[in-house]
Design a protein around this ligand. Structure first.
Ligand code: ZN
Ligand code: ZN
Length: 123
């Protein structure tokens, strides 16, 4: 069985040496070498998150969090603890913001204890 001529693509040839997906791209005049996103994503793009991919490169949890304004986001005590721990190890607020899908200012507030007390409650 011949496989698609696009490097890295192992799908079955449909026409002109291309698989179904790549052939359709070719017909639409799109470049065939950019990765087929909908096939490549299997998990959330947030570091350390093992949830299944839902939308926009994120799991449903991070995707829904990313859509909410930061003040609506509730951090669990475990997240707050982890954030503060990482911060104490020298992880920047920008990096924390990326990992926890929030704004750097939110990460800073949490790490400085402005948003959460030690028990994790807001206030
Ligand atoms: Zn292909
Ligand atoms: Zn996630």
């Amino acid at each position: 069985m011949k496989s698609c001529s696009v490097p890295g693509c192992a799908r079955k040839v449909r026409a002109r040496g291309l698989c179904d997906s790549h052939y359709q791209r070719h017909r639409r005049g799109q470049t065939v070498t950019t990765p087929l996103r909908s096939y490549g994503i299997t998990g959330c793009s947030v570091d350390g998150c093992a949830r299944e991919h839902a939308a926009g490169g994120l799991c449903y949890y991070h995707w829904s969090q990313a859509r909410k304004p930061s003040r609506w986001r509730q951090r669990t005590p475990a997240e707050v603890k982890e954030m503060r721990q990482l911060h104490s190890q020298g992880v920047s607020f920008e990096e924390l913001a990326r990992r926890f899908a929030c704004a750097p200012s939110t990460a800073a507030r949490i790490c400085k204890g402005w948003s959460f007390r030690e028990d994790g409650r807001e206030g």
